[in-house]
Design a binder for this molecule. Sequence first.
Ligand SMILES: Cc1cc2nc3c(=O)[nH]c(=O)nc-3n(C[C@H](O)[C@H](O)[C@H](O)COP(=O)(O)OP(=O)(O)OC[C@H]3O[C@@H](n4cnc5c(N)ncnc54)[C@H](O)[C@@H]3O)c2cc1C
Length: 400
Amino acid sequence: MACALTLRRDGHDVVVLDPQQPGEGASFGNAGIIANCTVDPLGMPGIVSRVPGMLLDPMGPLSIRWRYLPRIAPWLMQLVAASRPARVEAISCALAALLGNAVEIWADLVRGTQGEHYLTARGWIHGFETETAFAAMQPIIELRRRRGVRVEILGPHDLHDLEPAAAPIFRRVVYLPDTAFVTSPVRLVRALADTFVAAGGRFAQVRATGFGEAAPGLHQVTTEREAYPCDRAVIAAGVWSRPLAAMLGSRVPLDTERGYHVMLRTPEHPPRHPISSGERKFVIVPMLDGIRITGGVELAGLHAPANFTRIRRMVGHARRILPGLGRDIVSEWLGFRPSMPDSLPVIGRSPDRPWALFAFGHGHVGLTAAASTARVIADLVAERPPSIDLQPFRPDRFRF
Ligand SMILES: Cc1cc2nc3c(=O)[nH]c(=O)nc-3n(C[C@H](O)[C@H](O)[C@H](O)COP(=O)(O)OP(=O)(O)OC[C@H]3O[C@@H](n4cnc5c(N)ncnc54)[C@H](O)[C@@H]3O)c2cc1C
């Protein structure tokens, strides 16, 4: 929807095809953080030695359905290859270029629309109960600082002033003052959609199934129902982009990191900021419809049934951080992060079909990067030079 609105505002005739209503994919249930600080890839150096411990810990941040291991093994190997220190530096530079101005670009995109009401320019707190967890975060803090991210280390007293709702259980606090968050990710996407339609864009609730080519390029996009005549196509279908890209000759190692959330009622004294647990790697976010707790990565593909056991366990821990929080879970959700093994999205022109533009694979930062990605896509469609180097985001950077 960010791409669609930006293109519409650039004067193009735009139709969005989606079998679901706007914002029903991964964008429905994310943590809502405009995480301009997340310049660290999932595969940090030393990941191989940390993974077994994470997998064995029932409260750990990573789980895998063993039956899915053969399917995801090549993706995991590519992730490990991308975790070499030199690659991590290069990846973090690319992420910093994409995410650095994310808050400002989002503010521009939603200015004067309903979406403006959901953007909250307030930082992100990471609390650590143990020195061990704090020490484990050091390489990430150093990497973020090398990329120009402001990271503040606070003492317990500073935390009380900043976030009185949090219990004094943290020995160390890392504060990221320049991030922002969204109090309703789905309403934000719907606001983009409403603005897009009000500006003359069209939305059709239908699945794209293929591309009809005729010299000199694209002639139509086919769907389960009628075909839509067009001369350019933007593939921004989250994890479901893989088969669409394959139809255009790009075989990309896109898989899903599944993620869960639970919603609880807003307590009498809600937190003002998102608060992450440095030990348990979940985040508590104050949203319009209650408190959202999200966290963890599950590698199990698109079809395995949901397993809410881990995320439900986080509620007890969240109550230690926010003692006013109730026990009752109001709703639960499973979503599919569209993830590339090097934590970089695919953004740019299809190598084989110059009329196709790719905008998918944003993994943990798809909300953060949506508005910036939309700007790049609009630049490419208008044949303006994009403001960032797109080499690191090429679809053909992996060889099978
Ligand atoms: C638990 C969790 C927490 C997260 N927290 C954050 C966060 O705090 N900050 C952040 O930046 N990111 C976060 N993310 C990641 C973020 O949500 C995703 O990266 C982002 O939502 C991806 O957006 P997308 O539009 O690419 O995909 P989606 O939101 O999944 O949308 C894809 C759309 O494509 C449609 N589609 C599928 N097939 C077709 C087809 N054939 N034709 C047409 N349309 C099709 C789908 O119906 C869907 O509407 C989180 C993700 C999860 C799961």
